[in-house]
Design a protein around this ligand. Sequence first.
Ligand code: SF4
Length: 306
Amino acid sequence: MDLYAGIMSISQSVIIHLLLSKGRYFGAALLLCIDMKEFKSFYKRVEGNEGNKCNYPTRLDTYGCGCQHNCKYCYAKSLLDFRGLWDSEKPAVATIDEKFISKLPKEVVRLGGMTDCYQPYEREIRNTRKTIKLLNKYEIPYLIVTKSAIILDDLDILNKDLAHIQITITTTDDELSKTYENASVPSERIKAVEILQEQGFDVAVRLAPFIPEFVDISQINRIKCDKITVEFLRVNPFIKQWFDIDYSKYTVKRNGYWHLPLKEKKRLVQQIDFKEMTVCEDESMAYVYWKYHFNHNPNDCCNLRR
Ligand code: SF4
């Protein structure tokens, strides 16, 4: 899962903390019960700001309440850990059976909304593989977002008409990535992207979060893939702990996050050279700009093949 894939609104967490600090234990407990149920749910439609902007708000997690990649900056971890729901060694395995899949609407479902569906556990459990086979059977399209080259284990079952794949990269430096992510190193992820592209899959590089200091753009531009989706870093106190970068450039404050100014984002994006490029944006004013003046497909910042 990418940085922003946690589905719970941060505001709800803030309210819980606030209620606890004021001694309103019953209210906090009630809210915690409600949102723990939400966190334990493997299938959901994302709502709020993210849901309004995202063309594919339906999420299905094959694993939940933990991810072995255990990225330091993981947004989902930040929300689950303090509730005692995050297990990075043995995540929960979703019960996904044929009856459940057969009832899903025939619209794109995103695998890996809360956790990565190709974390190492998959090699043991094969729950994602089982789910993909069922989605294929019922002709339900799926969007896989992963930081893992383990996806290549499933080349034999990924359906080119149904599968859309985004492989997330946060840096081009293998050693740097090891300091904050336990996923495949970027060079392995890039190799996976190129294999999937070569085999004719609808695949994109997902540069998310895009932290300019961590990325060699000339290396990104050499990736043999037609599509890239860029999602800039947005900053809050939780994020600030993990990356040793200059935050003074993040001067635009919206919805509790600090963003780079649009002018700076445009300058950076102009250096990226792919056949098709889109920017996935959270900040409302910049979102409108990318949607109408930049994105390859204005109605779909994921730019899935139709
Ligand atoms: S890969 Fe796993 S640990 Fe990393 S951000 Fe995604 S869900 Fe969180």
